[in-house]
Ligand binder design. Structure first.
Ligand code: CAA
Length: 288
């Protein structure tokens, strides 16, 4: 759980939602000191509580010792000021909402605040990294580090390089990914990368099948779980990720890739308009 020398000793994680909290946790588990930042104190406290709960469950399951839990929590501090959180970091990972202007503005602001050697990473699941990092000073240090939910349990780290990303940045991010216990893959900057492009496509087709009355959601999911060995069916996974989140990605990919497979089904739009967002709203393809 604690390698002697982490590749990045001081990490700033911007955004304390599900992904930000998970990223902060695995970085602290790898031995880094982490600042978890969000705009308000309640947001950061919610993120911290999520980490505490996960570690506590780990203790109850016998996967984590109380000492490890306390060590990891002791490495995490919180902040609401973005520049203060990032100033002494050697890695900044943003996990803020999937809005291009927000992410781009954040990196433009921080590029002048952090050291020139600080690696700037975005956890975007599908946005163009070239656009996320447009106009950011020092493009060689900019990279996509796409984590998967739940971050402490999922083995994949998708590294996304732009034409400007320096090979040394990719190597450092991959080395750190392995210290986090992840298996890194390297993907060129293209819409949806390797993971979201395939994953969202499968989810959208499953929704079209519900719409067409091919089978009940439970049975479509069972087809993939029992027939293809997926840990979770595409409809349940859409519920877990959030229908609104997946709809935004689908609309983005439909525009960028111009492929009919990414056209969001009417059923999905209707469910989002009705507030049926999946797990977080209590109702999606399943009742939670
Ligand atoms: N601390 C330590 N270990 C824990 C733990 C905790 N708090 N909670 C669970 N674990 C361990 C369990 O002990 C278990 O370990 P073993 O395999 O050694 O027994 C393992 O983690 C799995 O946990 P469970 O048995 O409780 O649960 P599960 O078998 O249902 O697995 C899951 C949970 C890994 C999340 C699995 O359901 C899964 O893979 N689901 C699919 C998730 C997925 O596809 N995520 C990607 C979403 S898309 C995305 O994230 C991209 C994006 O940009 C939106």
């Amino acid at each position: 759980m604690t390698p002697t020398q982490p590749q990045f000793s001081q990490v700033a994680v911007l955004g304390a939602g599900t992904m930000g909290a998970g990223i902060a946790q695995v970085c602290a588990q790898a031995g880094s000191r982490v600042v978890l930042q969000d705009l308000t104190e309640p947001f950061v406290q919610k993120g911290l509580a999520r980490i505490r709960d996960f570690l506590q469950k780990g203790v109850e399951k016998g996967k984590t010792t109380p000492e490890q839990r306390d060590l990891v929590l002791g490495r995490i501090t919180t902040a609401t000021d973005r520049a203060a959180a990032a100033r002494s970091a050697d890695l900044v990972v943003e996990a803020v909402p999937e809005q291009l202007e927000l992410k781009n503005g954040l990196f433009r602001e921080l590029a002048g605040v952090v050291a020139p050697t600080c690696v700037l990473a975005s956890n975007t699941s599908s946005l163009s990294l070239a656009k996320v990092f447009a106009g950011v000073a020092g493009p060689g240090r900019c990279i996509g580090m796409h984590f998967f939910n739940p971050v402490p349990l999922m083995a994949l780290l998708e590294l996304v390089r732009t034409t400007g990303t320096a090979p040394a940045t990719v190597e450092a991010a991959a080395a750190y990914g392995r210290q986090l216990g992840k298996e890194p893959i390297v993907v060129m900057d293209s819409p949806g990368f390797a993971s979201s492009r395939l994953g969202v496509c499968l989810g959208l087709e499953a929704i079209r099948m519900v719409e067409a009355g091919v089978a009940q959601p439970e049975d479509i999911d069972k087809a993939m779980v029992l027939g293809y060995g997926h840990p979770m069916g595409p409809l349940k996974l859409t519920d877990v990720v959030g229908l609104d989140v997946r709809l935004a990605i689908a609309d983005y990919l439909a525009t960028e890739l111009r492929h009919p497979g990414f056209q969001a089904p009417e059923l999905m739009r209707r469910m989002v308009a009705e507030g049926k967002l999946g797990k977080k709203s209590g109702q999606g393809f399943y009742r939670w």
